[in-house]
Design a protein around this ligand. Structure first.
Ligand code: C2E
Ligand code: CA
Ligand code: CA
Length: 643
C-alpha cells in the first residue's frame, strides 16, 4: 500500500476498488468521510458484494475492459454508504496493484450536493440497465429505480416500440458499443438521455448506461432562445434575425427586408414611463405578428426598431402602406391611456443573383427608413439605386471632409443684407464655401449636415467665427455706420463654453460685439429649452445679436419668440418664394407677430422685384437675396459695398 501513500496528500477523496475482491483496497482520509467510515480498516472490510445489482456488476466489468485498453473517464457515480445516498463526480482510471492485478482508481472530484446549483444536470447519471439478448430486463441499478419508477420488464417499454428495441439490440450486437442521444418517454414524461449501449459478448447481454440530460437540454434550448430573441417581445433580436436571414439567403431566391421604426416613441416613454413604453412595444410586436403571418422572421433590434423578413411579393408597397396603417391604430395602454404612434418604414430586397450580405441589407433598409422619416415620418421608402448613390456620395464627402480643414479648403462668402426703407446696406451673412480638387464645389446644404453628424462642425464652426471676426476687423467700417456680420451656428456648437469662446475671439480681433449676430435655427431652440435660454442670455450679455433663422419651418415658433432673447427673425425663403396664398398669409402673420413683440424681420431669398415690393409693403425691416447679390468673396464684397 506504500505505493499509494503519496495520494494521501490530496484533499479530495481517492480510493482504489479491487475488482476481484469486490471491495475497497485502499482509501485516503478524505474518502473515509465520503464513505461514512470511522477508520480505514472498517472501510476495507466493508461488504460491497451483497446487494450489488447485476447491472452494477456488469458496469464494473465494462469499466475494467476499458481500463485494460488504457482508457479513463469522468462520470457521476452513486454510492450509498450506511443508507446515505450520495452522488459524486468521479474520475475513473485503471491502476496496477503490486501483484500485477488491475484495480480501479476513483478520484471523487465533487459531491453533487455542492455542484447541483452550478451544473446543468441534476437528475440521474450513471444509470445502468441490463437486458438479455431478447430485450428482457435482467437488472436495474438503484439509481435508476429511484429516479424512474416504472414497471420495466422489456426494453420495448423504454424505447416505445418493439421495433426500436430490436434495432437497439441488433445495433449493439453488431457494433459492440453504440453511443447516442435520444428522447424516451417514461411514465408519460419525456426525457433526454445520453446512452452508451454495450454488448456483453460472453453473456449475450445488453448493458445500457444512461445519463439524463433533460435539464441540460432544456437549459441549452433556453439559452439558445435567449441569445437569439428579444426578451421583451419574444421576437428575434438582431443576432437571431441575422441567423435567420443568413439561412434564408441560402434557400430563397429573394425576399424583402423591412425596417420599421416608430415615430415619437421616445415621447411616449418620457410621458408615461418605461413600463407603458414596454407595453406599447409588445403590442406593436403582436400586431406585426398577426398582420404578417407570411413573415419569414420578425425581430426587434432594441428601442423602437423592428425588422421583418417577408417573402417576395409584387404588392410590396401596398403591404408597407398596410403595415403603416395598422400600426397607426390607437393602442390601449394602462386603463384610461390610449396612444397613437406612427411608423416610418424602409425596405430593401435580397436577390440571389446579386447577393448582398445581410448586414448590408439591414443598413440599406435602415437608410431607406431614415429617408422616409426625413420626408415627414409616417411613410415608407423602398431602397433605390438613387438612394445607394446618395449614400455613397455622403460617405465620400464624409471622407474628404475629415481632412478639408487642415488642407485649408474652406472660405467664407458674404451676402449683403439691406435696409428695406432706406435701401442702405445693413450687414452681411457669412456663408461657408468648400472647394475640394476632386469633388469640386460642395454646397453647404450638403456638407454641413454631414459635419454635424460627425461632430466636425464644432471645429469647422470655430474656424468660421475666427475668420468672420478677422474679416470684420479688417474691413474699414465707419464709426457711424451700422453693419452687422451674421454667422450661422449649428445646434451642436452651442454649449456651455460657447459664449466664453466667442468673447475671447471678440477680444482677440478687437471687434464690436454689436457688429456680430449669431444665426440659430428654431430647431436649436426647442430641445433643452432651459439650457438654451441660459446660453442665449449669456450671448446677449456679451452684446452680440441673436437671429432666429429659417423662421416658419420648425415648431413652436411663437413660444420661442416670446421666451428667448431674440433680436431679429429671418423668415425662411420658402415663404418669400411661394406663389401660394399660404405663403402670403405667413409673410403677413410673421410681420404682425414681430411687430407686436418689437422684433425686426429679415426676408431672405428675394429674387424678384415684385417680392421686394411685397415685403416692403408688409413692413419687413431688412431684405436679402439674389436680387441684390449672391454671396460673394470678402474682397469683392468690400469693393462693392464698403468703399
Ligand atoms: P441659410 O442660413 O438659410 O443661408 C441662406 C442660404 O440661402 C444660403 O445658401 C444663400 O446662398 C441662399 N440664398 C440667399 N439668397 C437667395 C436667393 O435669393 N435665392 C435662393 N434660392 N437662395 C438664396 P448657402 O450658402 O448654400 O447655405 C445653405 C445653408 O448652409 C445655410 O442656410 C446654412 O444653414 C448652412 N450654412 C452655410 N454656412 C454655414 C456656416 O458657416 N455654419 C453653419 N452652421 N451653417 C452654414
Ligand atoms: Ca442663415
Ligand atoms: Ca435661412
Amino acid at each position: 500500500m506504500e505505493q499509494f501513500e503519496a495520494l494521501e496528500q490530496i484533499h479530495t477523496p481517492i480510493w482504489i476498488y479491487d475488482f476481484d475482491q469486490q471491495s475497497i483496497f485502499w482509501a485516503n482520509s478524505a474518502a473515509l468521510l465520503l464513505w461514512e467510515a470511522e477508520t480505514l480498516t472498517e472501510l476495507l472490510n466493508r461488504d460491497l458484494k451483497t446487494g450489488m445489482s447485476q447491472a452494477v456488476k456488469t458496469t464494473l466489468d465494462t469499466y475494467r475492459k476499458q481500463f485494460e485498453l488504457g482508457e479513463c473517464f469522468r462520470k457521476w457515480w452513486n454510492i450509498t454508504p450506511k443508507q446515505i445516498h450520495k452522488r459524486v463526480l468521479c474520475d475513473f482510471s485503471g491502476v496496477e496493484l503490486e501483484e500485477g492485478r488491475l484495480a480501479m482508481l476513483v478520484h471523487a472530484l465533487s459531491e453533487e450536493s455542492y455542484l447541483r446549483s452550478n451544473l446543468a444536470f441534476s437528475d440521474g447519471s450513471n444509470l445502468s440497465l441490463l437486458f438479455d439478448q431478447s430485450g428482457y430486463l435482467l437488472s436495474a441499478n438503484d439509481a435508476f429505480q429511484q429516479f424512474y419508477p416504472i414497471a420495466l420488464t422489456h426494453l420495448s417499454t423504454l424505447t416505445g416500440s418493439p421495433q426500436r428495441a430490436d434495432k437497439w439490440l441488433t445495433e449493439a450486437q453488431v457494433r459492440g458499443e453504440v453511443e447516442k442521444e435520444t428522447n424516451l418517454t417514461i411514465n408519460d414524461q419525456s426525457y433526454n438521455f445520453r446512452i452508451i449501449a454495450n454488448w456483453v459478448k460472453n453473456k449475450n447481454q445488453l448493458l445500457l448506461q444512461l445519463t439524463d440530460i433533460s435539464q441540460q437540454k432544456k437549459q441549452i434550448l433556453a439559452a439558445q432562445f435567449e441569445a437569439n430573441h428579444d426578451c421583451l417581445t419574444e421576437l428575434y433580436n438582431r443576432r437571431g434575425l441575422l441567423t435567420q436571414a443568413n439561412s434564408w439567403t441560402q434557400t430563397q431566391h429573394s425576399f424583402h427586408l423591412v425596417f420599421i421604426d416608430l415615430d415619437g416613441f421616445k415621447m411616449i416613454n418620457d410621458t408615461y414611463g418605461h413600463g407603458q413604453g414596454d407595453t406599447l412595444l409588445i403590442a406593436v410586436a403582436r400586431r406585426l405578428q398577426q398582420s404578417l403571418p407570411e413573415a419569414l422572421a420578425l425581430a426587434r433590434f432594441g428601442g423602437d426598431e423592428f425588422v421583418a423578413l417577408l417573402p417576395v411579393q409584387e404588392s410590396l408597397c401596398e403591404k408597407l402602406a398596410n403595415i403603416n396603417q395598422l400600426l397607426r391604430a390607437p393602442y390601449q395602454l394602462r386603463s384610461g391611456i390610449t396612444v397613437s404612434v406612427n411608423a416610418s418604414l424602409g425596405s430593401t430586397t435580397f436577390n440571389s443573383q446579386e447577393p448582398l450580405p445581410v448586414e448590408t441589407l439591414i443598413q440599406y433598409a435602415g437608410y431607406a427608413m431614415h429617408k422616409a422619416k426625413k420626408q415627414g415620418k409616417n411613410r415608407y421608402q423602398v431602397f433605390t439605386s438613387d438612394l445607394a448613390q446618395a449614400i455613397s456620395r455622403k460617405s465620400q464627402i464624409r471622407h474628404y471632409l475629415s481632412t478639408a480643414l487642415e488642407s485649408d479648403q474652406f472660405s467664407l462668402h458674404y451676402q449683403p443684407i439691406f435696409c428695406c426703407q432706406s435701401g442702405k446696406l445693413y450687414g452681411a451673412e457669412a456663408l461657408l464655401r468648400w472647394h475640394d480638387d476632386t469633388l469640386g464645389n460642395i454646397p453647404p446644404a450638403e456638407f454641413i449636415p454631414i459635419a454635424e453628424d460627425s461632430g466636425q462642425i464644432v471645429a469647422l464652426g470655430d474656424w468660421v467665427i475666427q475668420h468672420a471676426l478677422e474679416q470684420l476687423s479688417q474691413w474699414q467700417i465707419r464709426d457711424d455706420q451700422e453693419f452687422v456680420v451674421s454667422i450661422n451656428v449649428s445646434r451642436i456648437q452651442l454649449h456651455s463654453g460657447f459664449s466664453t469662446r466667442l468673447a475671447q475671439l471678440i477680444e482677440r480681433y478687437q471687434v464690436k460685439p454689436s457688429q456680430i449676430a449669431i444665426e440659430l435655427t428654431e430647431s436649436c431652440m426647442v430641445y433643452k429649452m432651459e439650457e438654451v435660454k441660459q446660453w442665449l442670455s449669456e450671448l446677449s450679455q456679451i452684446g452680440v445679436k441673436i437671429y432666429l433663422d429659417d423662421f416658419g419651418t420648425g415648431y413652436s415658433s411663437l413660444s420661442v419668440l416670446q421666451q428667448l432673447p431674440i433680436d431679429v427673425v429671418k423668415l425662411d425663403k420658402s415663404f418669400v418664394q411661394s406663389s401660394q396664398e399660404g405663403g402670403l398669409a405667413i409673410i403677413q402673420a410673421t410681420a404682425a407677430i414681430c411687430e407686436k413683440l418689437g422684433l425686426a424681420v429679415v426676408a431672405e431669398g428675394i429674387e424678384e422685384e415684385y417680392q421686394k415690393e411685397l415685403l416692403c409693403q408688409n413692413n419687413y425691416s431688412y431684405l436679402q437675396g439674389y436680387l441684390f447679390s449672391r454671396p460673394i468673396p470678402a474682397k469683392q464684397f468690400s469693393q462693392r459695398y464698403l468703399l
